[in-house]
Design a protein around this ligand. Sequence first.
Ligand code: GDP
Ligand code: MG
Length: 696
Amino acid sequence: MLGNTATLDDRPATGRVEAFPSHGCESAEADPLVRMCLEGLSPVLAQRGEVSAVLEELSAAADGKTVEAAERLRHSLFSLEPAVTFIGQVKAGKTSLVNAMIGEPGLLPADVNPWTSVVTSLHMGPSADAAPYAARFTFFEPEDWDRLTRRGGRVGELAGRSGAEEEAEKVRLQIEAMRDKTRRRLGRKFELLLGTSHNYATLTRELVERYVCLGDDFEEQSPLPGSEAQGRFADITKAADLQIARPGWPMNLCLRDTPGVNDTFMMREQITIGAIRDSRLCVVVLSAHQALSTVDMALIRLISNVQSREVVIFVNRIDELADPAGQIEEIRDSIRATLESHHGPKDAKIVFGSAHWATLALKGDLSALDEDASAVLLGYAEHVADKMERELGALELIWWLSGVPELYSTIWSRVTEGAARERICSVARDSMNLAVGLSAAIAANPAHLAAAHDKSIDTRRMQLALSELEARVLSKLDRDLAVALESAAQRLERSHRSFLDRATMALVQHLDSYGELAPWKYDPTGLRLLLRSGFQVFSRQVKDAGALAAEQAADGLSEIYAAALQRPASDFAIQPPTMPRVAPPVLIGQTIALDLKGNWWRRWWSRRRGYKAFAPEFHAMIDAETRPILDGLLCGHCQPCIVEIQRVLKDFLDEQRAILATLESRGSGRTGVPDQVGPATEVLADAVARLGRFVA
Ligand SMILES: Nc1nc2c(ncn2[C@@H]2O[C@H](COP(=O)(O)OP(=O)(O)O)[C@@H](O)[C@H]2O)c(=O)[nH]1
Ligand SMILES: [Mg+2]
């Protein structure tokens, strides 16, 4: 039965996911080949299981508040959803690879018209079932749309800046045509859709096509009948979020398919920047026959602002090489050399494979392999046979050669050392604090209080002490963060100014020596390196300031307990909260005029007349091009980072206040109340010791 295709009128809707019945996938069950790929997760699952078991012991026989807190912590353990963003040129095979990783070839339409800019996030795993929608499509914000249609996006700006008026006009006209077409497709009121989203209870192929694929190219005069409906919303859709239920999976995973970095309006570069920023891991999909060519420089610029361990390079389409076994090492060396010479992440892991082979394995149909293709596959299989640990059947072998299992195991190892480790550590700390709160409740029982104690504890005084501590710690933190922000702003500004001056001076020297007929170029790498290191200094400073505040808050709390209960502070060791991760400053890599060698630069050069005009105009143009990067760093990275650190500290203190507030109700503050409910002292001590192993 075909899934119930909701229309606009059916909204809003909630409900469960149905996989696409149209291509006959087994709903909610991953393909056995994909399930094989989950093996790499075992160690981290064991750790998660242990923390979860301790939490269960803590809630056994405990009061309602403790049970609730433990439940929240367990939920936080299991709801983790690491995100992986796939980036690369259009047609590298990103969509095909994502489909293969999900185990459902054809899930997302491959070969989509490259005009679309939709970032598709596939939320796969046990939590997908609980999502309030099966599919959500988010439209552009009015500002994004405006920028694209009125100014022609980045390309329009660049054309305008080069002084190429006809060029800028051409871009504007193209965009005007697109806008008209969108208006025709969606009616005059389409602008009302901007900034909103459509939710659906059921995921169907038709729905994805309607929002993700443009049915026709906007330059085409007479679109095919029916194609209008197909891409109805695709022009204005920015993001698609699709839930893929996998109830039996041990962990959620979000695979994010992006449209590709090479587009005419450079709209998608901005979109890709956002997608990388929001994920912890980024898979760069390259095509084996042009792995890192000159067209990929924009890609390298983006990923060079991400740490090597957070980038994986997947060289796709090795099925199209004449001799994969012989060529792979050569390609690997050339990628390494390119990354090295362009300041890219030179230690990034490189995986070779073929989404095409993965698809054949999943479909279980090898008839698509002709003689030549089979020979290539067999040759490669022989080459890698000695690396295989066990005998594999034909389909398993092709699946293995497709590189998908290796990509999965790489992803799992990054998740293990990154997002999962941090989440486990953070939950373990919070759980230790919960246990400490419970032992304080036991210690506060009059029967357990020291003989010298006046037989009741004053929780109000403890609350007051906590408020004082909070005011002290947070005000120092605010000051430290403000200083870091201010010095980051100054440092970035200085780097920017000195870059502009140096570049302009180099231009003047060139003009002095060679005159204005000889073309000249200036490499902006220096500016990027300065901005990156300036940002790194900021990120270190705020992390240190946050960690210091966290430590002071935790120590202060231990002392509050110790003073109230007249026991040594070491009996109530409170764990400081984990500092948030700082997102990589990917926007430093965004394309600017100086990166556009070829035509753009020649045009700018040829339009300057007169020696005197060059220097100030160049200075102004590069200033206008690079200033948004500085502003973006300060407003889009530094400030949110500060807000996040403040939030973590505040949440920690609120949590501790709640624990203090229950000290009395946990049945111990007053004389005559029977012994506390909850685990015994030894159980708590044991819990703290076991959890302590996960707190690095
Ligand atoms: N031969 C071969 N073709 C592939 C491979 N991966 C993708 N393709 C094909 O290349 C075209 C573009 O793929 P698509 O996944 O849409 O690329 P994207 O633009 O990067 O998302 C499609 O026709 C795919 O079938 C591969 O590994 N080998
Ligand atoms: Mg695609």
